[in-house]
Design a protein around this ligand. Structure first.
Ligand SMILES: Cc1cc2nc3c(=O)[nH]c(=O)nc-3n(C[C@H](O)[C@H](O)[C@H](O)COP(=O)(O)OP(=O)(O)OC[C@H]3O[C@@H](n4cnc5c(N)ncnc54)[C@H](O)[C@@H]3O)c2cc1C
Length: 484
């Protein structure tokens, strides 16, 4: 019998696993995809919001504010890149300026540092703010993080401390027994069953579908709400030094310019309710709308430096707020559903709340005495030449550059394959070490990444997948003699 099973390895599943891994209990994570952070957690703005805008009295407001305060120490502990950039919310007319006043009062009520300034003062700090901006609210505790890295960092430390991550396991049935749940999962047609005392639903846009496996009468549903983005090349001077928000609307925070932790600038997201929970296509009309909307707040946007576009799906709950509760009808079934924005920010606070205040408070699980800290990932970018040379002298593979755009060495790729939650696919390597994240988007380095994966994992290049189990890169050899 397993103590606790978490379904879903996005940032929420990872945060819950991370905080539970401090306790003496057995934790298993079931994830339907081939890697962590493959759902909403792979495609978002990467902003650690200050907590100024969720509605008062909501779980969003509570966990956003708490999560923002946890991020600096959490990222330092996990060796995850984090930058407290600050942010501006900007107004272009008197009506919007009034909204900034409301946001300011809300921020002050929550003890969030903030400062108002006029458009000129704001442009002194951010020269590419539009000339139409008349007023700005500065929020210095806003930050940026790599959403893949924080998810991976928490999961890696959880695994290092005994949590078991089972990838490619899609939960297809849940049966309630008197003292436990029986969970059925499927991996490539193979069925497995496990028994667990606690079951935690962290399945993003599938939160309602997974709960329906247990409970036919749901009091909520989840609608996927798509947001699309452009990404600017990181070889040009960043357009902005901090996220620039317009005043929020009824559907969210609006269209932003966001300096990512890797110095690309993201432009987006828009907001579109859709039906298909797998549809992350981008489309020309929506991207054109983003371009147009951005010119209201930011000028001099180098649209000729776009290197890609992408989309993510917000798991928007019908209740309007995060759904975080132990189900009364189903004891020990814990709902972590409808975690739309600011879910990335709130994740550590929610994970800690579930581990400490729901599970540890109701059980006798004590804290571990032999807890281990995750090893720092190898990251040569940003080191001095002398420091890089030390790595190269110790191991020549650190001098062999595989991705020229992002300057990623073979040594760093090998490291990310052999870590506790090691990369198994081309996209998993990209998420950890960034080959393929630059200007050429993998055009040059991808075949070499395939070679390294095949060699390090002891498999044929034909078996290397791009991301899911259904994404082979090669279908056959060329120049083979007929009949061979
Ligand atoms: C456009 C956009 C911008 C955003 N920007 C920000 C931001 O800047 N700051 C911020 O704080 N938040 C932001 N968010 C919100 C944030 O990204 C989400 O709140 C967060 O990623 C949700 O994480 P999750 O773990 O709940 O869901 P997911 O990351 O989707 O994880 C759910 C996991 O469950 C798995 N799963 C589903 N069904 C099953 C099953 N049957 N069996 C096994 N596994 C299953 C999925 O494969 C997936 O890996 C944004 C979201 C979007 C879409």
């Amino acid at each position: 019998m397993i103590d606790i099973t978490i379904i879903g390895a996005g940032v929420m599943g990872a945060a819950v696993a991370y905080y539970l891994s401090r306790y003496n209990c057995q934790v298993v994570v079931l994830e339907k995809e081939n890697d962590v952070a493959e759902g909403t957690s792979i495609a978002n703005s990467g902003i650690v919001h200050s907590g100024h805008d969720p509605k008062p009295g909501t779980l969003k407001a509570k966990f956003n504010v708490e999560g923002n305060r946890m991020y600096p120490d959490l990222c330092a502990h996990l060796h995850v890149l984090f930058k407290q950039t600050g942010a501006f919310v900007v107004a272009v007319n008197e009506e919007e300026k009034q909204i900034l006043q409301v946001l300011k009062e809300q921020a002050l009520d929550r003890q969030i540092p903030c400062q108002e300034m006029d458009g000129e003062a704001a442009r002194q700090i951010e020269p590419n703010l539009s000339d139409d901006v008349i007023w700005a609210l500065s929020l210095p505790t806003t930050g940026v993080v790599d959403p893949w890295e924080i998810t991976l960092g928490m999961m890696e430390e959880a695994v290092l401390n005994g949590c078991e991550l089972r990838l490619n396991e899609k939960v297809v049935a849940i049966t309630e027994r008197p003292d436990f749940y029986e969970v059925t999962s499927e991996n490539n047609g193979q069925i497995s069953k496990l028994q667990t005392r606690y079951l935690i639903n962290c399945t993003g846009v599938y939160g309602d579908d997974v709960y329906r496996l247990l409970e036919p009468e749901l009091d909520f549903f989840i609608t996927p709400r798509k947001g699309q983005y452009f990404v600017l090349d990181n070889t040009i001077a960043p357009l902005v030094g901090r996220p620039i928000y317009p005043v929020p609307s009824t559907v969210g925070k609006g269209i932003l310019a966001i300096p990512s932790i890797h110095e690309n600038v993201l432009l987006g997201p828009d907001s579109e309710e859709i039906k298909d929970k797998e549809n992350v296509d981008t489309d020309r009309a929506r991207l054109a709308f983003i371009r147009q909307a951005l010119t209201k707040t930011v000028k001099n946007i180098p649209f000729d430096k776009i290197i890609r576009s992408f989309a993510g799906l917000r798991p928007t709950p019908s209740t309007g707020d995060f759904i975080i509760r132990e189900e009364e009808k189903h004891p020990r079934f814990i709902q972590v559903s409808g975690i739309e924005s600011p879910g990335l920010t709130a994740a550590p606070a929610i994970g800690k709340y579930i581990a400490d205040e729901i599970i540890a408070a109701a059980t006798k699980y004590g804290l571990k005495t032999n807890y281990q800290n995750r090893r720092k990932p190898l990251r040569l970018a940003g080191l001095s030449i002398d420091e890089k040379n030390k790595y190269v002298q110790a191991d020549a593979r650190f001098g062999r550059i595989i991705c020229r755009c992002e300057s990623v060495s073979e040594g760093e790729i090998i490291d990310c394959i052999h870590r506790p939650v090691g990369a198994r696919t081309v996209k998993a390597v990209k998420k950890r070490a960034r080959p393929g994240a630059g200007r050429c988007q993998g055009g040059f380095c991808e075949p070499r990444v395939v070679e390294i994966l095949a060699r390090e994992l002891g498999i044929s290049p034909m078996e290397v997948m791009f991301d899911s189990q259904r994404s082979p890169i090669f279908v056959g050899e060329t120049k083979q003699a007929k009949g061979e």
